[in-house]
Design a protein around this ligand. Sequence first.
Ligand SMILES: CC(C)[C@H](C(=O)O)[C@@H](O)C(=O)O
Ligand code: SF4
Length: 492
Amino acid sequence: MNSPKPDAAAAPAATAPRTLYRKLWDSHVIAEVPSGEGEAESRAALIHVDRHLLHECSTHQSFEALRVNERKVHRRETHLAVPDHAVSTSLDRLETIDTGNAAGAQVERLASNVAEFDIPYVPLDDARQGIVHVMGPELGFTLPGTTLACGDSHTSTHGAFGALAFGIGASDCETVLATNAIVQQRADTVKVELSGAMGPFVTAKDVALALIGKYGAGFATGCAVEFTGEAVRAMSMAARMTLCNMAIEAGARIGLVAPDETTIEYLRGLPLAPSPALFAQAADYWRTLPSDPGALYDRTVSLDLDGLAPQVTWGTNPQDAAPVDGTVPAAPVEAEAARQHAKALAYMGLETGMAIEQIGVDVVFIGSCTNGRIEDLRAAADVARGRRVAQGVRALVVPGSMAVRQQAEAEGLDAVFTEAGFEWRMAGCSMCVAMNDDRLGEGQRSASTSNRNFEGRQGRGGRTHLMSPAMAAAAAVTGHVTDVRKLEEVPA
Ligand SMILES: CC(C)[C@H](C(=O)O)[C@@H](O)C(=O)O
Ligand code: SF4
């Protein structure tokens, strides 16, 4: 970093063991923000923002502010913009763009803003277009040891690379565009210790849902969560991204996985990763980032993965997770929690004691920045292969990026899906969020691989059950929530 060193007195002694989070934080502090008189130690600092991703839903205001304040973009090459939330995922979307509607106008405004400020842009007709949190990593824009900001809560996804990645507000986007710096509060750290190993058909999504189910949706509020353990080391980058993505649903600001050889091999050769001449040097630096032995965390939580079943949410909060072979739980004793429980069940049209596998579905959505990567599509295709979408069910497969779509087609997965009766779509946020044409109708029930099941999240009155891609595909072919581990083999 070429930024000035933080005040030596405020920095921890060089020999004290540090967490990954603390190393990332310390290496980006430009200046500590002094605490006010009578205040406890200040944790605020102006930190350098190395990279910034933009999408059409959270940035228009920031460009407006740049214009009004007559500010310029400080370093254009550190930003990258792409339309993803509002875009259509229909196959003819390039021919049917309607700038007369709100969604089309949003995309058009992003295009004109980035043109005016000369910001690198991946337009809708580009082979690299995709959800910011899928596209950034696959281009090598996301790198270990960097800070990465985006006006989007699920920016934590990029922490899977050992990057300090965090969501920012619309007014912060202006500051980042103009200065590549932002004031942040140093977060408390939570270590998540995963022990044991995942069984067949159990995925990072199930781990995330089980963790939030066990400790509650607020267990890491405002914190930086680091996922550790042998199971994490064995995970692909896609699985690590799923974990860090879902950290937000535990209230966290930041999700992290320490970079290792899996990270390094994933990045080698990517278009925006360090060139071959610099790669070894970069990788050597990345290897210094993992938390030091003995580094202290503010809190530690743990989850044993041995015997963990695929998870399904039954309520309107990601913490309302149950094993697929379980039942809709009884109301908690505490009055406010009992009220929430009753409200969730009324909205979801479910009753206590009902078997999770009895829940029928109308729509299946496979995609999003949580589970729209090639590994996710492969897992879903393995279930779909040789089977048929159940009568009356609409099933969509929406690749997280056009590169994922292309890879899936190269592997013949599109044919697997379409032969089974799934819709094969273009890339975007799609039915994860009701900001485009893909949405649930009133009262419709979905099996969804996305990350949020709040009331109306997938469309007004829609009912969302979160689960993994293989589980969503199993629901598609049976018409109800199904334990994918028990599906009969398809005869060869
Ligand atoms: C629209 C956007 C700002 C929002 C977010 O911040 O996360 C969206 O991506 C979401 O998942 O709800
Ligand atoms: S896929 Fe969903 S969670 Fe991810 S950025 Fe888009 S709307 Fe947000």
